[in-house]
Every structure is written in structure tokens, then in C-alpha cells.
Design a protein. Structure first.
Lengths: 695, 302
């Protein structure tokens, strides 16, 4: 018999305690005064000595109980061949293989070696060992779940491929934690096969594998992390001879200990080589290179920057899409004979550069459907529309257009118009008390979002002397209020379009808002929001969700597709690998950008036009191949063993801990010891009562 | 020891008596209660009753001559009354340190004081002369018997402390020299001596015509030995210590103390000495009955 914690036998000295109690401590330390020892002196003391231990059964019981408890704590087990064989052949392992398939595993032969390591783990499984293959990158996929079928596991490993996603260890380890926690197997093991990319691990992750589980990190990192990658891309636009030209500047990072000298960096547009630049970058430093301007004649030009020829080929190509700048067309409807009232608006809208606003003005009485063609936003500046005009605007907004309503004294009290966010009342006059101010803008709304930073300006100094009282409907959203609680800016969604109502005027009469510094940015943000204008993103990062509704709506309004305005958005997204996903209608609402390259969004009725294209690149963090010590992860999640790649994962001989845990003799010893103590307590109580009665 | 059943007697618990600091009040309470509880009082008022005639001798007061008897017999006889037979009552109180032992609220010395005070009060009320000797290893106070010494006796009792070891046998021998006149002598002690040697020390009292009553005061713990835990026992007088395992000792000890009491009772009986065992947890009636028994016997022999 062996013991897992033999040091506990030191506690056997405690066996002396009951003996001590029986022999020595039976005499109390306090002295009893007695009138005379005349008679006691006559009783032979020798007989006392001999009979000190007068209750041998109790003494033996106490000693045995203590010895049993101590033996239990020393965790005994039988290390015989039979016991070892019983465990070895029991096949009760729960094995989780965590295989890193993130983009960085494409570096050199990392992925091949990782697959080999996974196969080695699979080959080491016993007959009844149960294994789960978990492929992970930023997310987790259980390729094979809890099987004893080695062939199935090997097939899954063979079929697994490197993804374009970034590395995140935490989800995979949580999955292992969850699987091992649910397992009823006695031995729980997890193998983490990865290049242990430093960027994938955050130390504050709180993951703890179950008690007794062993995490074995298997690193396939070779220590060579030399890599040149494109870290950024900047496009500077300029208009020359009515042609928009873009100058492309590329930022590069050299993550290696040696300098990159005369490295060729190439720019391809639509498959044609546009230019090449040579760049020299010092070790672990960054550099940039600018190409000659290219003409942006049409939308969705596909550009690729090719740089480097290192072992990590994936980040040597950087994808982007180039489209002409988009102009927002705004129709300004003013009251008849009052064009001067719209002076601030006209000037303000004309100041916008990104995007530029194309502004046309028309009196309310001459407002027709033709005025709305190609418009993104209509500004109704304190004007009363005819019923037909109001219907036209209602239809325009329902199809995705934007309406900015400036409510002044000429705006009729009309409760029936579906675009009016609430019911309008008579003007509120606050000229007698220095006017009102903006109370509480809703900084969570896109219009006010960029003013969230206190340094971005303040609305507090503006004075509002008159404004219309607007009783806001429950479904509408108040974006700003005056200091007396009255609604100042209100939004209503109507169909695919948006309506924003401002309850005061913008002519400088009812307030000083147009003369305030915040007027222009707030006006521009409001019109951009109404136009559903999104900055053109030249590229996206792998892992983002693509929602095509906004760009498609813009294309529809601009007539780039034959789809009817307001009709359901539908189309097919073709991934770089050729996989097609139907969007809209019965298809998915959005698609995840999981591959590196160009995604094409094919919409019906686009004719010969280029499809809407989205460029997708690797997460820049994946280009940093710096590895962290595998033990950092294993020690953070609890019990672990250290294993290097290439070692055999054959089923190991059971450790003493395994043997002891399997046999669990301590439990029986402890129960026996405690039972003895219980019996002893009962017996000694009975005896004490008897002695008491006798006395 | 058998209890004397006294109907109607209102004996007070020693623990209650211990709270009465005034020994006279204590004695009066106990004795009056005891006397009033008796159906008849043969011992009370005897001192004024006629006892006997005796022949006139020169020197007798002629007022006591029974002239009627002279008329019938023509001889001079003198009347003798009980009042003339006043006895001496002396208490020999052992105040050795062993008497300070108390397993409860009342120590053996306290109990002895109660007994002494009650007996003295009873005697004083019957116009006996009362005296007291307290001693440990030497005589601490000696109050000769006198009709006027009752208060002195009480004061002596109050002052008595059990603080030093005693020499009972030597002191009994020494004190015996002081008793020239026939007396009722009450020895109150825990009697931790060999019974035979003790009796040898008591015999001189009997030889001198004294009526000796031995009150053997013991604490219940000395009789029952109720100890359970093994401890070191210390002799109160000598300071000697001994390890004691009560489980082992108790039975032997109880047997020894029983034998000791039996031996004392037997030897006292043989020597015509009254022996009374007093348990400090019991009321005082034992002591009082014993005393009255002796007082009655003394009167009858007159």
C-alpha cells in the first residue's frame, strides 16, 4: 500500500492524546483541599498506578479512530499492477482537442503541424476514451462531439481549414470548461494546439477548468515571426477637370528583427497593375508608400495592395473598394414669397464638404413630384403645403426619403398629416424672460452623437424666444427639449424614411440658433442622418456583419438599380470563395464577412453596372505573430501539464493521484474512524451515567 | 445515623442559619423552636421543684430546715430543690484547620459554632453554668463555667477561626486538668484521630465524673466522597498532597470512614460516653436531643 500524503502520519503522534488523557491528564491540575488524608493515605498508591488505564476498550477505540482518520488523510492507495491495469484499461478519459484555426495558423507550416499534433492526440486515445474536436478562432465550432470513433476525429482534422478570423483563446477554453464540467469521466484532459498568438489572450479572462482536469498546451510556433503587413490605407480625394482622383497611401509594418529592403509594394485596380513602389523599413518599424492618383470614374472599383513575400501570405494582400464621392441632393421648400427666410439654411447646407449637399429651393405652391426626383432630403422651411404636396412628401418619405421640418408661425396646425410627429399647438412666447434654452439633447442619437464630447461644443448658450408647442406621439422620439420640457427636435420613422421636426424657425427671428457655432454641424448631421448617408467604407475587417439595406436604399434613390423604391430589399451576396447567400425576402437579413477578399452584392436590375462590392481584410492583430509562453494560459486556467509539440500523447501510465482517486480508500477509512468516534461517544456517555449513579 | 423524629419541631436548615450572624439570636431561634415543638417539657422548670431531704449538718441555712418534718420526726432535715443542682456545661471546640472544610455553604466550624451556641443557650436558660475552651494545637481561649459567661461564650465562638493545624489528643489531655468539678462536657470536633487513642484521651473526663458528649462533625463530602475526577488532594492541616483517583479510592474510603465512625461509636458506648455524629447538611436536632438526654440523666441521678 502506498500513500499520497504520507506526511500526515506525523499526526499519528496524536494517538498519544487519548493515552495521555487516560494516563496523565486524569489528574486535574487544580488541587482539592480535603480535611484529612488520614484514610486516603492508607490506600496503597501502587494500585492506582496499575489501574490508571482502567477502560481499555474505550482507549483502544479512541486510538483506532484517530489512526483511521489520520490514515484517511494520508490518502492510501494500492499501487499494484492489477490496480494500475484496471485504471489504464478503464478508458474513462474525457479529452477535448482545441485546434486553433485562426488566420495566423496559415503562417508557414503551422497549420500542417497543428493537424499532426491533433492526430497524435487522437492516436493516443484509449479504446473507450471519449474525445471532442473543437476548432476555434474568434469563435468556437465543435467539429466532432464526444466520440470514441478515432476515424471520425481524424477525418474532421483532415477536413478542417484555416479561417480568416482572429485568434481568441477565451471562447475555446470556456467551451472546454463547459464540456469537461458536464463530463462524468474520471480523467478530464484538454489539449490546446495553437501558435499561442499573444494578441489572442487577455490575462483578465476568468476561466477555471474543473478540479482534476489537465490542460496540455501544444505549441506549433517556431519562434520565427517575421512578417510584413499592410496596416492601413488612406485615400485622399481631389476633383480635377470634373474628374475625381484618389491618391492612395499605404502604411506597412515590418514585424521582424531584420530590415526590409527595397520591398516591392504593388497597387492593382480591377486586376490591372497600376503602380509599384519600393519601400525600405527598419526592423520592427513601420513605413508608408503613396501611389500616383487614380481616376475614380465609376463605383465599386476593386483595389488590392500587394506587399511582401513572407511566410504569412494572407496579410501580404490588402483589399479595398474605391467609389466616387456621393452627393446628397436636398430640396428646400420655403413659404411663398419668403425665400429670405431660408437664407441661413441655404448657406449652411452649401457649406458641407463631406458629403457635399446639392441644394435646390422651391416655393411651397410650386412643389411637384418632379422636384423629388433624385432627392435624398426635403427641407420644409416653415411652409404650408397643399394636400397634394403633403401626399407627395408622405410617399417620398415612405420610400426612404428624409424630411426636415422647420415649424414656424406659417406651419398649419394639422393633426392628420402622417409625417407630423405629434399635434402642433400655438407658439410659445418666451421673450419676456431672456428666452428658453436647449435642455437635454439625446446624445445617443446619431445627430447628437458627435457632440457627446464636451469639447465638441455646447448648445447651452442658444436662446429660443418663440417656438411651437408639439405634443409628441408615443411612438416618436424626442431628440432634444427646451428647458421648460417642451419638445425641440423630434424624430418620426415613416416607412423606410425618416422625419425630423424642429419646433422653432431657422430664420434668426424666433431664436439665435443660426448665428450660433453649433448651427452648421448640427444641420449637416441632421441632413446626413435624414439622407441615410453612411461614410463609404473602403474595406471591412473579417468577422463583421454586412447589412446591405442602407447602401441598397441609396442605390435605389440614385437610380442605380431598377428595384422599385420601397420594395423589399433582396439580393445575393457572393463571397470571395464563391459561396452565395441570399439576402432579404426569405433569406438572411445580413451576412457575416468571414472570408478575406471581395464580397459582391448582386441586386436585381443593376444592368451592366458593377455590383456593390465590399472588401474584407484580416484583423490587423493577426499579423502580429508574437507568441506568448503556453504556460501563461495553462497556469491561468488551473491545473496544467507542460508538453511540447512532437511528443507522444499515448495514454500515460496512471499517476499516484489517479490511482488514489480511483480507489478512494480514504473515504472508507474516514467513515470508519468517524463511526468509531460516534460509538465511543455513546459508550463513554453510558459509562459516565453508570458511574454517576453508582456514586 | 438515625434521625430523631420530633413532631412539630421547627428545625432550621444550617444553610439558613449560616446567614444569621448573631449567634445568640441563632441559638434562641433554634432552641425556642425546638422546645416549643415538644409535647411536654420534662426538662423545663425542674430547677424550682423539690428534689429530696437530707440530714441537717452544721452550717446549713436554718431557713431551709423542714419544720413540718421536724414536727413529725423530731429530726432536722433540710429540703433540697432542683434549683440547687445547677450543672456546669462546658464546650470543647476543636478549631483546627480541618474544621474549616466545607463542601457546601456551611463549614464544619460554622456548624460546630451553631451547635455550641444552641447547647449553651439551652443550658443557660436552665440556669446551668456555661463555659468554653477553644483549641487547635494549643488552647486558644478558656472561658470557665459560670452563669454569667454566656455572652462571653458567644463572643468566643464568634472569634473562633480554623486556621492552624491541631493536636486533638494532646489538647484533650491538657484541658482535662481544668475540669475539677463535675460537668457536662461537649467535645465538638472532626475527630481525625485513632479511636483508641482518642478514647484514652477522653477517659480522664469520665474519671472525674464528667458527663462527656462527643459531637463528631463531618461534612457530607467526608462521608460520601462524591468526587469524580482524578485530582491531587491536599491535607488541609499538614499540606501534604496525594494523587487520588476517586473511581478507585471512593469505595475504600467510604468503608474506612464508616469503620472509623463505628469504632468511635462503639468505643464511646463502652466508655459510657455519648457519641453523636453530626452531618453539616442536617439540622441541629441531633445535637440538641443528645444534650437534653444527658441533662435529664444528670438530673435523675441527683
Amino acid at each position: 500500500m502506498s500513500f499520497l500524503a504520507p506526511l500526515f502520519f506525523v499526526a499519528l503522534a496524536a494517538v498519544a492524546v487519548p493515552i495521555f488523557v487516560h494516563l496523565i491528564q486524569r489528574e486535574r491540575k487544580d488541587i482539592v483541599e480535603f480535611p484529612s488524608l488520614m484514610f486516603i493515605r492508607r490506600i496503597p498508591y501502587q494500585s492506582v498506578e496499575r489501574r490508571r488505564i482502567h477502560n481499555w476498550p474505550l482507549l483502544l477505540m479512541r486510538i483506532a479512530a484517530m489512526a483511521l482518520v489520520i490514515a484517511a488523510f494520508s490518502r492510501p492507495f494500492f499501487a499494484t499492477e492489477a490496480a494500475t491495469a484496471a485504471i489504464t484499461s478503464s478508458g474513462d478519459r474525457e479529452v477535448i482537442i482545441l485546434l486553433d484555426r485562426s488566420a495566423s495558423m496559415a503562417y508557414g507550416d503551422h497549420w500542417t503541424r497543428a493537424q499532426d499534433e491533433a492526430r497524435r492526440v487522437i492516436n493516443g486515445l484509449g479504446g473507450q476514451d471519449r474525445a471532442t474536436l473543437v476548432l476555434f478562432d474568434r469563435g468556437v465550432e465543435e467539429a466532432v462531439r464526444a466520440t470514441t470513433n478515432r476515424g471520425e476525429l481524424e477525418l474532421a482534422v483532415r477536413q478542417a481549414a484555416v479561417s480568416a478570423e482572429a485568434t481568441r483563446y477565451a471562447p475555446a477554453l470556456r467551451e472546454a470548461q463547459s464540456l469537461l464540467s458536464r463530463s462524468d469521466r474520471q480523467r478530464k484532459e484538454a489539449y490546446l494546439i495553437s501558435d499561442f498568438q499573444k494578441s489572442g489572450w487577455e490575462r483578465q479572462e476568468e476561466i477555471q477548468l474543473p478540479q482534476g482536469a489537465v490542460l496540455t498546451p501544444v505549441s506549433v510556433s517556431t519562434g520565427d515571426t517575421a512578417n510584413l503587413s499592410v496596416s492601413s490605407l488612406a485615400i485622399q480625394r481631389a476633383t480635377f477637370s470634373n474628374e475625381e482622383r484618389a491618391t492612395i497611401t499605404v502604411g506597412l509594418i515590418n514585424r521582424s528583427g531584420t530590415a526590409v529592403t527595397n520591398q516591392a509594394v504593388r497597387l492593382d485596380m480591377d486586376g490591372r497593375q497600376i503602380g509599384t513602389r519600393n519601400v525600405t523599413i527598419a526592423p520592427n518599424a513601420s513605413g508608408s508608400v503613396a501611389f500616383d492618383p487614380v481616376t475614380v470614374a465609376e463605383a465599386n472599383l476593386r483595389g488590392i495592395i500587394r506587399a511582401g513575400s513572407d511566410a504569412f501570405a494572407r496579410d501580404n494582400d490588402f483589399y479595398f473598394v474605391l467609389s466616387p464621392s456621393r452627393t446628397v441632393s436636398v430640396l428646400l421648400v420655403h413659404a411663398d414669397g419668403q425665400p429670405a427666410d431660408a437664407q441661413f439654411l441655404t448657406i449652411g447646407l452649401g457649406r458641407s464638404k463631406t458629403p457635399p449637399f446639392k441644394v435646390d429651393a422651391v416655393p411651397a405652391s410650386r412643389f411637384t413630384a418632379a422636384n423629388l426626383e433624385g432627392r435624398s432630403v426635403v427641407v420644409l422651411n416653415d411652409a404650408a403645403l397643399s394636400t397634394a404636396g403633403a401626399d407627395l412628401l408622405t410617399k417620398f418619405v415612405g420610400q426612404g426619403g428624409g424630411l426636415f421640418m422647420v415649424l414656424g408661425s406659417r406651419t398649419p396646425v394639422s393633426g392628420a398629416w402622417p409625417l407630423m410627429p405629434g399635434s402642433l399647438s400655438a407658439p410659445v412666447d418666451r421673450t419676456g424672460f431672456r428666452g428658453g434654452t436647449f435642455g437635454s439633447p439625446d446624445y445617443s442619437h446619431p445627430i447628437f452623437e458627435q457632440f457627446k464630447d464636451p469639447r465638441a461644443g455646447s448648445f447651452a448658450n442658444m436662446r429660443f424666444f418663440r417656438y411651437r408647442r408639439l405634443a409628441v406621439a408615443p411612438d416618436d422620439r424626442v431628440l432634444a427639449r427646451f428647458d421648460d420640457g417642451a419638445a425641440a427636435i423630434v424624430e418620426r420613422r415613416a416607412g423606410s424614411g425618416r422625419v425630423v421636426a424642429f419646433t422653432s424657425t431657422l430664420d434668426g427671428d424666433w431664436n439665435d440658433f443660426p448665428r450660433h457655432a453649433m448651427f452648421l454641424p448640427l444641420l449637416h448631421e441632421t441632413v446626413k442622418y435624414l439622407a441615410q448617408y453612411g461614410d463609404l467604407e473602403e474595406w471591412h475587417t473579417v468577422g463583421r456583419m454586412l447589412d446591405i439595406s442602407a447602401p441598397v436604399a441609396s442605390m435605389v434613390r440614385q437610380g442605380q438599380t431598377s428595384m422599385l423604391p420601397g420594395a423589399g430589399r433582396s439580393g445575393v451576396v457572393v463571397s470571395p470563395g464563391g459561396q452565395q447567400t441570399t439576402l432579404g425576402g426569405e433569406g438572411a437579413p445580413a451576412v457575416e464577412l468571414a472570408e478575406q477578399g471581395f464580397y459582391s452584392v448582386r441586386l436585381p436590375g443593376t444592368g451592366d453596372r458593377r455590383p456593390f462590392t465590399v472588401a474584407v481584410n484580416l484583423d490587423p492583430a493577426e499579423s502580429d505573430l508574437t507568441a506568448l509562453p503556453p504556460t501563461d494560459i495553462s497556469s491561468a486556467v488551473g491545473t496544467a501539464s507542460t508538453t511540447v509539440a512532437g511528443q507522444s500523447f499515448d495514454r500515460p501510465a496512471p499517476t499516484p493521484v489517479d490511482l488514489e482517486k480511483r480507489q478512494s480508500l480514504w473515504w472508507f477509512l474516514l467513515v470508519a474512524g468517524l463511526s468509531l468516534l460516534l460509538v465511543e461517544a455513546v459508550l463513554s456517555n453510558i459509562q459516565s451515567k453508570r458511574l454517576g449513579l453508582k456514586t | 445515623m438515625e434521625a430523631h423524629a420530633v413532631s412539630g419541631a421547627r428545625f432550621v436548615d444550617p444553610k439558613v442559619l449560616a446567614r444569621i450572624k448573631d449567634l445568640e439570636l441563632l441559638a434562641r431561634s433554634v432552641v425556642d423552636g425546638f422546645i416549643n415543638g415538644l409535647h411536654r417539657a420534662p426538662y423545663f422548670g425542674a430547677s424550682i421543684d423539690f428534689a429530696e431531704h437530707r440530714g441537717y449538718v452544721p452550717g446549713d441555712d436554718i431557713r431551709r430546715v423542714d419544720w413540718r418534718l421536724y414536727a413529725r420526726t423530731d429530726k432536722y432535715f433540710v429540703k433540697q430543690y432542683e434549683a440547687d443542682t445547677n450543672a456546669n456545661f462546658s464546650v470543647l471546640l476543636d478549631t483546627s484547620k480541618s474544621m474549616s472544610f466545607a463542601s457546601g455553604e456551611v463549614s464544619k466550624l460554622d456548624y460546630a459554632k451553631f451547635v455550641a451556641a444552641c447547647l449553651a443557650y439551652l443550658s443557660h436558660r436552665q440556669r446551668d453554668r456555661v463555659g468554653i475552651v477553644t483549641f487547635d494545637k494549643e488552647v486558644l481561649s478558656y472561658v470557665p463555667s459560670s452563669a454569667k459567661h454566656f455572652n462571653v461564650l458567644l463572643h468566643t465562638l464568634e472569634q473562633a477561626r480554623a486556621e492552624r493545624p491541631g493536636r486533638l489528643l494532646a489538647m484533650l489531655t491538657e484541658i482535662a486538668e481544668h475540669f475539677k468539678r463535675r460537668s457536662i462536657v461537649a467535645l465538638i470536633s472532626d475527630l481525625y484521630e485513632n479511636p483508641e487513642e482518642l478514647l484514652d484521651a477522653l477517659k480522664p473526663y469520665s474519671f472525674r465524673g464528667n458527663d462527656l458528649v462527643v459531637f463528631h462533625v463531618l461534612d457530607p463530602a467526608e462521608i460520601d466522597f462524591p468526587y469524580r475526577d482524578s485530582s491531587r488532594f491536599q491535607d488541609l492541616e499538614s499540606g501534604e498532597e496525594m494523587p487520588v483517583v476517586p473511581d478507585v479510592f471512593a469505595d475504600q474510603y467510604r468503608k474506612m470512614i464508616r469503620d472509623h465512625i463505628d469504632a468511635l461509636r462503639s468505643k464511646c458506648s463502652d466508655s459510657r460516653i455519648d457519641y453523636v455524629l453530626l452531618n453539616t447538611s442536617k439540622p441541629l436536632d441531633e445535637a440538641l436531643f443528645s444534650y437534653l438526654g444527658n441533662r435529664e440523666r444528670l438530673m435523675r441521678v441527683r
